[in-house]
Design a protein around this ligand. Structure first.
Ligand code: TYD
Length: 149
């Protein structure tokens, strides 16, 4: 399956862990990410969560069109993926792995370690009208197939 084929799907099984190149040297490791090569879209936006208090939860929404890759740049946290039928919890704790999240996946982030930094690579600029922030509304959209409106 190619990355392009994954774009149109909205199942938790399509949210794959991507492994980035890692150059290991005695003076330290280096990882690089190239848009459209190591991730299935060109990067239009980068944002990051940091100074997350213990016990905090982030996310709690789905995107209609946005593709994202989430990376634990430091520390660790969990991402709970939910396509309306199935849920999957993914623990991220290595900066050379990214979790690809396709559109129409409800996600929640929790279990942040102290000092965790969550980096997000996104396919579009921030747009509030791309969000489902209400879970029941999200469920209606995925069950009714209205997600790509
Ligand atoms: P939100 O997407 O709810 O954060 P999270 O999913 O991590 O819990 O965004 C929190 C606030 O930040 C909200 O007011 C929107 C704003 N925001 C931007 O202005 N630009 C961005 O790129 C993002 C991701 C959020």
């Amino acid at each position: 399956m190619t990355f392009g084929e994954r774009f149109t799907m909205s199942n938790v099984s399509d949210c794959l862990l991507v492994s980035f190149p890692k150059i290991t040297e005695p003076r330290g490791n280096l990882t690089f990410i190239e848009g459209g090569r190591h991730i299935p879209f060109s990067i239009q936006r980068v944002y990051y969560l940091y100074d997350v208090p213990g016990g905090s939860e982030r996310g709690g929404h789905a995107h209609k069109q946005l593709n994202q890759v989430i990376i634990a740049m430091a520390g660790s946290f969990d991402v709970v993926l939910d396509d309306g039928c199935e849920k999957k919890r993914v623990h991220l704790n290595r900066s050379y792995f990214g979790l690809y999240i396709c559109p129409m996946i409800w996600r929640e982030l929790d279990n942040f370690s102290s000092g965790a930094v969550c980096l997000v690579l996104a396919s579009s600029y921030y747009a509030e009208d791309d969000y489902y922030r209400n879970y029941q509304e999200f469920l209606r959209a995925v069950k009714g197939g209205e997600g790509d409106e």
